[in-house]
Every structure is written in C-alpha cells, then in structure tokens.
Design a protein around this ligand. Sequence first.
Ligand SMILES: Nc1ncnc2c1ncn2[C@@H]1O[C@H](COP(=O)(O)OP(=O)(O)OP(=O)(O)O)[C@@H](O)[C@H]1O
Length: 763
Amino acid sequence: MVKSLMQTEKEKNEEKILAGSNIRRLLKEKEDSDTRIIELMQVLESTKKSYEEKCEQLEIEASGAKQELEGKLKDSEFLLEESRRVIKALEATLEAKLQNLSQKEHILNAFMSLKFQPLQELRTSAQIIKQEVIYAERKQNDELVNFGMKLKVLTDEATNYHNVLLENRKLYNEVQELKGNIRVYCRIRPFLVGETRKSSIVGSIGENGELVVLNPSKQVKDGEKKFKFNKVYGPSATQGEVFLDIQPLVRSVLDGYNVCIFAYGQTGSGKTYTMSGPDSPTEEVWGVNYRALNDLFHISQSRRNSILYEGVFLVFLLVSFILWNLLNCNVLTLGILSSSQPNGLAVPNAIMHPVNSTSDVLELMNIGQTNRAVSATALNTSSSRSHCVVTVHIRGSDLKTRSTLCGSLHLVDLAGSERVDRSEVMGDRLKEAQHINKSLSALGDVIFSLSQKNAHVPYRNSKLTQVLQSSLGGHAKTLMFVQINPDANSYLESLSALKFAERVSGVELGAARINKEGNDVSNLMEKVVLLEETLARKDEEIDHLQMLLDAGPVSFNVNNNKHEKSMLRHSSSSPEISFKDNSSSRSEISFQQIIESNRKGESLGQPKDSGEERGRTYSDMELLGLSGADSEEFSSDISDGDLIHMGKETERSAASAIDFSLFPEHKSIDNRKQRISHNNLVSELSFLRHHIPYPHFYVGYRRSIFLSPLFSPASSSCVGLRPLTSTHPSADAFSAAKARASQSLAKAAVIVGVARRLFWIDL
Ligand SMILES: Nc1ncnc2c1ncn2[C@@H]1O[C@H](COP(=O)(O)OP(=O)(O)OP(=O)(O)O)[C@@H](O)[C@H]1O
C-alpha cells in the first residue's frame, strides 16, 4: 500500500515536474510569439507605408496616362476624320475612272468587233503555217534520216575504200617483198639553226610516198619534179617515227633474214643523224643503229624460252681502199669470196665481238664512235669522207626443232655524195672525194646492172659494192634512206640523190630468203665436211702422184680413156648435169703440163710475159671455165688493187674454208676420219645436188682437182669454190648456169685423168 502510495506520490511529483516544464516551455513560446508579433507589426507598418507610396505613385502615373490617352484619342479622331475625307475623294476619283474605263471598254469593244475578222483570218493562217512548218520539219527529219543513212553508207564505203587501200598497200608491199625490191625511204631534214628558211625545194609530201621537188630557178609548174618512194618523211618526223616503219625489217633479222639499211645523200643531209642520231644522243633521239640493236636484244630476250640467240658485232670505216676496224683500230681485209659467205660479209681477219645485251652493243658502239673521231684524224679524213658500217650477225638455235637461223644486219652510213666542184677540194682531198664519188658511182653501176637484170653485176669495181654485195644482189632485205637537205642551194645535189634513189627503188633483188638450217642441212654439211676431208687426202695423193710423174710426161686422151669414160658416164647419169665429151684441142694435154701450170700458176698456152700473178689468175679462170662475165668480174678485182690477194687466194680461201666461221663453236662438225670411195664421192655429190634447197652452182678447185658440186650457199664449207652464178638462179639463169657448169666440167674433164687416177687409187 505504502508502496503504491509512494508510487502514486512519485507519479504526482513527476506530473508536477512535467507540468512545470510545460509551463516554462509555454511561457517561452509566448515570449517568442510576442517578439514575432512585434516584428510582423513592424513589417506590416513598413509594407503599408510603401503600399501607400506606390498607390500615390500609380495615381500620378494614371493621371499622366489618362492625359496622354486623351491626347491620342483626339489625334485619332482627327485622323479618322481625315481618312473619311480622303476616302470620299478616292471614291469620287474611282467613280470617274470607272466611268472612263467603261467608256474605253465601249470603245475597245467597238474596235475589237471591228478587228475580229482579220484576227480570225490571221489565226487561221497562223495555224496553216504552223501545220506547214510541222510538215516541213517532219520532211526535213525524214530527209536528215535519209541523209544520215546515205552518209553512213558513204562512211562505210569510205572505210571499206580505206581498208581496200590499206589492203592494196599491204598487197603492194607483199608483191614488193616477193619481188624483193629495195625499199627506199626519203627523209628531209629540217632547216638548221642559222640556215635561212627563205627557200625550200620541197613542194609537197604525199601520204603514200609522193614527193614534189621545186626547182628554185624556175617557175612553179615548170620547175616541179615528182618522185615516188615507199615513204617520205618531212622535216618534223621524229627518230621514233622513222624507226617504227623499219622495225619489222629489223626484226626479221631474228627470223633468219639478212638485212641491210644504208643512208645515202650529200654531206650534211642527215645521214648520220638518221643512222646514229646527233652527237652523244639521248635515248629519245637515238638513230636507227641504237634502236635496231636495242630492239633486237629485247625481242631475243622475249623469245629466250624457244630460241637461243647469240650475236657478234663489228663496226668499221671504209676509207678509200682501207677497211678500218673501229673496235680495235686495225685494218681489215675484205675476203674475195664475200658472196658465198652465209651472212654476206667476208672480212676474214675481223674479230667479231660477242654481244649478249644492249649494253654490250652500246659499249661497243661508243668505242666505235670514239675511235671514229680518232681514226678520222689518223687516216687524215673526215667522217663525211668514209663509209661507216655497223654489222651484227645473229644466230638463233631453236630449242625444240634444233634448227638454226642465221641473220645479219648491216647498217651503213655512206660517205657524202656531193659534187667535187661544189666542195672545192684540192690535192689529197680531191683524190679522196673522187674516190668516194667513184665508189658511189660503182654503187650506181651495180644498181643499174641489177635494175637491168644484167647477167654480170660489177660488184668488184669497188670495196663498197663488195661489202654490200650480198645485200644488193643476194637474198637480203635492203632499205635505203635517201637524205635530203631542203635548202635551195643544194637543189642539184638533192635532185641527183633523188634520181639515184628512184633507180634504186626499181631494183628487184628477188624474194628475201631465210638462212635456216634444219637437222637435214646440218647432216648434209657434215657430209660436205667429210667430202672436203676426202678431197684434202686426195690432194696429198696427187702430190705423191706428181712426184711419181716427174719422171716423164704422161699423155691423156679423154675420149680414149676407159676410166675417164666411165667417170663421165657416171656423172652424166645425173638428170641435171650432162658432161659433154669435149673433143677440143684441150682434151689432149700432158698431165705434167697441167700439174706444172697449176704449180706455177701459168695459163696453158698463155704467154708468160703477162706477169706471174696475172698469168696465174688468168690460168685459174680459164681452167675453171670462167669466161665472159666471170672473167670480167675477176679483172675488175684488179682495179681495186687486189692483185696480191688474188695470187694467194687459193691457199687463203682454202684456209678460210676451215678457219673462217662467225660462230666457231658451231663449226666443229664431227671430225670423223672416213674414207670415201670415188663412187661414194660422186653419189654424195649427187645426193647433195638433189637435197640441198636452192642449189647454187659452183665450180671449184683444190690444187689440181676440179669438181662441180652443187653446194648450199649456206654452207661455209664451200669457201674456195667459185660460184658460177653469183645470184640465186631463176629458171632461166638456172638452165644457163647448168649449161655453163657442164661446159666448165667438160673443161674440167680435161684433167679428169688426174681425178680419175686419184679416185682410182681409192677404187
Ligand atoms: N632530222 C633531223 N632533225 C634535226 N637535226 C638534223 C636532222 N637531220 C640532220 N640534222 C642535223 O644536221 C646536221 C648534219 O647532219 P649529219 O651530220 O647527220 O649529216 P650527214 O649527211 O651525215 O653529213 P656527213 O656526210 O658530213 O657525215 C647535224 O647537225 C644534225 O644534227
């Protein structure tokens, strides 16, 4: 109970404490509220004050605005009044204008009604015209379409015509190719810096190689001369354009053709520029030489998987009688048997430089160019006084068929062709100029003979024609650049150069031929080599016989000798050559006489006082049956101062037959020592005669043996045998050659006894 009382008391105390703190808190809150009320009262007071101030302010502003608005209202009323007045005035004006317009409308209507009819008529006619225009337009369109179609037909025909023209030109070229005409390109050089351009002799240049030249001293029509060549290049033609046209010709060297390109013209007409380019040329102005050799190497490289090519190179000057090797500055000797060399230039002592790339050739060309200047001074000549020949021989071996192709390229920069009187040279220079003119005129004679198809062509009249022999009369493709200086002062020189070129373009060489040797030919060449070996053995045996016969003369009579008859019979069994039983006085000649005459080099029955060398030459010629044209050909050699060479020719040629080869590694045909009997020999020869394509007739001798086999012109083994015909025989020439061959064999038969004995030893 106490406890609960205490509890109650305690609770009452606690309630009292709580009430006290509540009272304190409430008092505190009251104080705060009073403070707050005072503050709010203050705020209210100040707000009231500012409100009153603002009201006053607004009242002032409202009265200002009111006054202003009243002013504006007055203005607006004034403006309104004004506008009403203006509207009234405008309405009055509009009314007047309307009246005016209606009046005008009336007038216009009256006018329109007045003009309507003609207008209607105009409209109708306009429509008619419009239809007519449409009709005309359609008609014109139709006509245009028609015209277009006709134009198309015409264009097609023109294209066809152009194609036909191209075809014709191609055919013409093919015919020319088949005929083997010498191609002639004319190039006119530009006027040089410093040359006055007042008068050019060039009238016009046609597209198809026509050239009109004007004589500066005559009236236009009278002074016109017309020429036609394969192509004419004007002064603006570039080196590249010129080469593009000759590129196919150059490339045919790789197909086994012999190609010769030579430049002809007076000094300063641009021969060297065309062939080599200007001094130290850049690639852009490279002449034919550089471009051709570069091209050959590029093509040979691109074919290396099918054909393996090798090349040898030579560059030389031809000054007076001297052939001057520009690569090692020594004198070359021109082989007398040049025509029978497969690649057309026999310079037996020339060391040909192997070339495997363009850079090889460029290097050699540069050596040549440098040496040319040095040599010109050493030889006391100028570049225009010498012919410069660049030669490259190429051999290609077909990797599949194992056949070989041999081609050669001769690039000749001829000496200037100017007139001696014009160049006003004296002394040695005059002689030199005359010599140049002589060699060029010899070239003219050769060209003339060829164009006349003469049996005898005087190649031997100069070294130049000898050098070019295979290119002019052989089976080569030949191209001549005739260079022209356009200056009127050079008219006469240019005219004569053009006339010469015109004659050259008429020369037919016969179709060019590929120098190709198949396996068959290689085999045949092997046989030829074997035959040569056999002949060499026979020579030794003859020497032996000669010693035996020295004891006393032995007489031969072809007609009465059984062995000889049998031999003649054997040979005449050939369908192509028949031996004549020659009963001339020469058929009875002492064997010793023949041997003696051959040994001494004297002619049988020929006076001895004609000089030993000449006598020997004459003897050789006569014994060989070379008379007429051939003997003339021989005697013309003498004019070139070749007597000394002539006398030694037999031995040298025989040596050359063994030594001379452009590609020695290919020459070494199996050296089998095989004895061949007489019958074998004859049948071998007969076999050769029947199987070698394009047979040439040769009559030859090795000491005192006379044979007339038919050898391939491609065979280098036939060096030492003289050709009976120097050109590839046509049907007529063939039969003529056969006749001559049989004639010469009949003469050879005079000493058949020697051969018979020789063979008899074998039998
Ligand atoms: N087509 C051409 N374009 C530019 N210049 C040329 C052309 N042809 C020739 N010439 C220049 O004419 C000059 C004479 O040319 P070039 O020496 O080739 O004559 P050339 O007939 O060979 O004389 P030469 O017989 O004396 O050797 C040279 O300066 C040469 O650069």
